[in-house]
Design a protein around this ligand. Structure first.
Ligand SMILES: [Mn+2]
Length: 334
């Protein structure tokens, strides 16, 4: 594994200008990891630009603002003058699959520079020239933290705050099973570098817009318990979003709420995006069911305990399909 880090560092050291990007709908890990990486590259005298495939989410905008990270936004299409031609390398962080990188593939296929991936997801596709994939890492931020240390980049407060945001976002503030001793050792280093954890906690968890909490209240009214209360199902319709003035981003984290029920082994959230297109399906498990395998039967993927898929159809149709597949999965288990 040390060798894999050394090889990625050698790749990056050979560049003068890198484009850093991450998955669509970036979360705290995606944004914190890319911010820390850009700061690390700049420290090494390497120019780095950021491309986001979605708008910068309001909740995490502070990560980029405070680290003084500029970014291009391709949510509404790629900028007319966008090109990879000026870059020595493309560095994709926190995903390794095209489905998470909408619109990017034609640019990457025409790109003659190095294609690099740093990720912690199980689901991978083979298109990169070099990959640093650590599936044991709770967050991509752990891999970036390790890489920057091996590259001897000093742990500035801005890097530390970015990485702390990455860690706490993907580990549920160190509560989920993906938290490992390394996660906490790195977190300790980040605190020593000056992270204000209380301020970050308030920013991330006590900073909600009322629209989001109203959406939660409405979504929870749709809660169904299936399979002997081992499965929870929440539906979010376009009406729910419209009535509460909430956006798709406001659904983040909602899937965790039913897991507080003791009997619930798997939580499922289906939402109908207001912009149209396939139903977004999210799956969370306490460990009995492999969500990644479950999602793969619908063309999705992810981790064993957290995965997702996009399934075409109406909310009711997709609900039927998911409920039927869950019945099969649970009959195989018991
Ligand atoms: Mn991640």
């Amino acid at each position: 594994m040390q060798q894999a880090y050394a090889e990625m560092i050698a790749e990056l050291s050979a560049t003068k200008k890198v484009l850093v990007t991450t998955h669509v709908r970036p979360d705290g890990d995606a944004l914190g990891s890319t911010a820390a990486m850009v700061l690390g590259l700049k420290h090494k005298g390497i120019a780095a630009d950021v491309l986001l495939l979605s708008h910068l989410p309001t909740k995490y905008a502070f990560v980029y603002r405070e680290a003084d990270i500029a970014w291009m936004d391709a949510e509404a299409g790629f900028p007319a003058d966008f090109s990879l031609a000026g870059y020595d390398a493309l560095l994709v962080i926190d995903t390794g699959t095209w489905s998470q990188l909408p619109g990017l593939k034609p640019y990457v296929e025409a790109f003659t520079g190095r294609k690099l991936v740093i990720d912690h997801h199980l689901t991978q596709e083979d298109w990169a020239d070099r990959k640093l994939v650590v599936t044991a890492a709770g967050a991509a931020g752990e891999i970036i933290g390790e890489l920057l240390e091996q590259w001897q980049v000093p742990m500035s407060r801005a890097i530390a705050e970015s990485l702390y945001t990455a860690l706490v976002s993907d580990t549920g503030w160190f509560q989920y099973s993906n938290t490992r001793p390394f996660t906490l050792r790195l977190a300790a280093q980040l605190l020593e570098a000056g992270v204000d954890a209380d301020r970050l906690y308030q920013r991330l968890y006590q900073n909600e817009r009322p629209e989001r909490v109203l959406l939660q209240a409405r979504a929870m009214q749709s809660l169904e318990l299936l399979e002997n209360s081992r499965v929870s199902l929440i539906l979010i319709s376009r009406d729910d979003l419209a009535a509460t003035n909430a956006t798709t981003n406001d659904t983040e984290g909602l899937i965790n709420l039913p897991l507080q029920v003791k009997s619930v082994a798997v939580s499922v959230l289906l939402s109908d995006p207001p912009e149209g297109g396939a139903i977004r399906c999210s799956f969370r498990s306490k460990g009995q069911m492999d969500c990644s395998a479950f999602a793969q039967q619908f063309g999705g993927g992810g981790h064993a305990r957290a995965a997702g898929a996009k399934i075409p159809g109406t909310l009711a149709e997709v609900r039927e399909r998911i409920v039927a597949a869950l019945a099969v999965a649970f009959s195989a288990m018991s």
